[in-house]
Design a protein around this ligand. Structure first.
Ligand SMILES: Nc1nc2c(ncn2[C@@H]2O[C@H](COP(=O)(O)OP(=O)(O)OP(=O)(O)O)[C@@H](O)[C@H]2O)c(=O)[nH]1
Length: 502
């Protein structure tokens, strides 16, 4: 299950919700429109029709009453009141007809017929009032009983048509409301939406759980196979993989949340890249860590992380065990028998260190050493003893060249070379004399030697200042020349030369 599918699930829920809400709103809108129709037509038209009916009936009643008054004085007074009253009724009726004309949903001929019937009645009313006004009550009565009754009956008929239509329309609207009240449909749609959403949510949750399981499994695999840890900038371990704990022989629970230096051989090693870490720069280095007395080599990747603007909060360290690779590397650059660096390595280190000394503006010293009368030694004590002697002498060189900038090589059968940074020429001479002295002090018996009863070495030493414009080959050649001179001068000694401008 991918994040895309989860998003699709949420989109479906959102779509279903929007669709059902839109449907509900649409249905409500239909009902509202229908309510409006009910109000406009049946309600307003019916009211107007009823008011017209009442108005005409009241006019008729008042006319009848006036017809039956015989006292002349009363007649005059009544007629003027009646005329005013009838005018008001007529105005009201006209107004109601206007409402009907505006809102009636049926055929306009129906209204025209009713209106003409009203006009006919109205004309008759005017004639009746004229007769009454001139005291002709009897004629008025006759007119009312004949044409009057006929006109009013006709008006009632026409008015009834309007009323019937309005009532019929009200029924239609009501039925429409009932049909469209659709609460069942809305409930059904909402229920379906809820059910669909429920299914989708179930599907999403189920898949999220699976996703989480996979994620946990991957974390487990990483934890078991990757040598990694997360530390705060104060070197407090906030997370460490089981694989790294195994590799460094650490108890995970004991290490977590403690400040430590286990990942760094020493404080100096950490400090060498601390400034980079705090500046947010990733580090990639080969480091060694002593684990239970064994020197293990790791390729170390440090990736700083910051969650705030303030700077680096944590850094992740990734280790890759390269001890085997380092061993191979060492084998390829060291001489099997003596443990000194071999000739091949010398060929790549010599020019590189020569350039480095020049760049760092340091004196560069080369010491070439050769065992005296070694052929005779072999001839006397045998080749095997010769090997032992070589190993013993080489050990002296290793001990002497122990600074990180010193290198001791076996460049030939019994020929050795030391690269060293001695601060001045005197220091170099003392350094070489010390070696010569220490070799003799091994007291390896060497009977055929004519310079000592013990095994000795001769040396040619050269010191070159950085200003000197010499090539590596020239320096080597000069040391070789001096060694030759030391041999010629009697052996068990050294010849040295400084190539400096001062
Ligand atoms: N035992 C042993 N002998 C070696 C080895 N490599 C070179 N040799 C011997 O070292 C000797 C070097 O002899 P030479 O070059 O004649 O020099 P030397 O006898 O030391 O005389 P000078 O250098 O003039 O003092 C040879 O006899 C080689 O056989 C080695 O790995 N083991």
């Amino acid at each position: 299950m991918s994040i895309k599918k989860i998003l699709l699930g949420f989109l479906l829920i959102a779509f279903a919700s929007v669709a059902s809400v839109t449907f509900t709103i649409y249905k409500m809108q239909i009902l509202t429109d229908n309510m409006l129709n009910i109000f406009i037509h049946p309600f307003q038209v019916n009211n107007a029709v009823a008011e017209i009916y009442t108005g005409v009936t009241v006019m008729d009643r008042d006319l009848k009453a006036a017809i039956h008054v015989h006292d002349m004085e009363h007649i005059k007074k009544n007629i003027s009141e009646l005329t005013e009253k009838i005018l008001r009724q007529e105005e009201r009726i006209e107004y109601n007809f206007a409402i009907i004309y505006e809102n009636y949903l049926g055929d306009n001929h129906d209204i025209d017929n009713a209106y003409h019937a009203f006009i006919r009645w109205k004309t008759l009313v005017e004639q009746l009032i004229t007769l009454l006004d001139s005291g002709k009550n009897h004629q008025a009565n006759q007119l009312h009983n004949t044409r009057g009754i006929e006109a009013i009956e006709h008006f009632y008929q026409q008015n009834k048509v309007l009323n019937d239509f309005a009532v019929k329309k009200a029924g239609e609207f009501h039925s429409f409301s009932v049909v469209n009240s659709s609460h069942y449909t809305v409930t059904l749609i909402l229920s379906l939406t809820l059910i669909l959403s429920g299914f989708i949510i179930f599907y999403i949750v189920k898949n999220l759980l699976t996703l989480n399981q996979n994620y946990q499994h991957q974390l487990y695999l990483l934890d078991q196979n990757f040598l990694t840890a997360t530390l705060t900038r104060d070197k407090e371990v906030i997370d460490i993989s089981h694989a790294l704990c195994r590799a460094l022989k650490l108890d995970r629970e004991a290490v977590l949340h403690t400040v430590n230096d286990w990942f760094f051989t020493d404080e100096q090693q950490y400090q060498s890249f601390e400034s980079d870490i705090l500046a947010g720069i990733s580090i990639s280095q080969e480091v060694f860590i002593r684990v239970a007395g064994k020197k293990l080599w790791f390729h170390l990747e440090v990736i700083p992380e910051s969650t705030t603007e303030a700077g680096i909060d944590t850094f992740n360290v990734f280790f890759n065990d390269i001890t085997d690779k380092k061993l191979l590397e060492k084998l390829s650059i060291t001489d099997n028998m003596t443990g000194l660096y071999n000739r091949n390595y010398f060929d790549s280190v010599f020019p590189r260190e020569f350039r480095r000394a020049k760049r760092d503006e340091k004196h560069f010293s080369v010491v070439l050493l050769d065992i005296d009368f070694f052929k005779q030694y072999n001839d006397t004590y045998g080749h095997q003893e010769g090997d032992k002697a070589l190993i013993a002498v080489a050990k002296v060189f290793i001990d002497q060249a122990k600074r990180s900038s010193d290198f001791a090589f076996r460049v030939g059968g019994e020929e050795f070379l030391i690269l060293t940074n001695q601060k001045d020429f005197i220091s170099l001479e003392l350094f070489v004399l010390n070696i010569i002295h220490r070799v003799e002090a091994l007291k390896i018996p060497h009977e055929p030697s004519i310079v000592s009863e013990f095994l000795t070495v001769s040396a040619g030493a050269v010191q070159v200042s950085c200003e000197q414009d010499m090539t590596a080959e020239e320096v080597y050649k000069a040391a070789d020349e001096l060694l030759y001179q030391a041999k010629s001068a009697g052996r068990n000694g050294m010849k040295s030369k400084a190539f400096t401008l001062v």
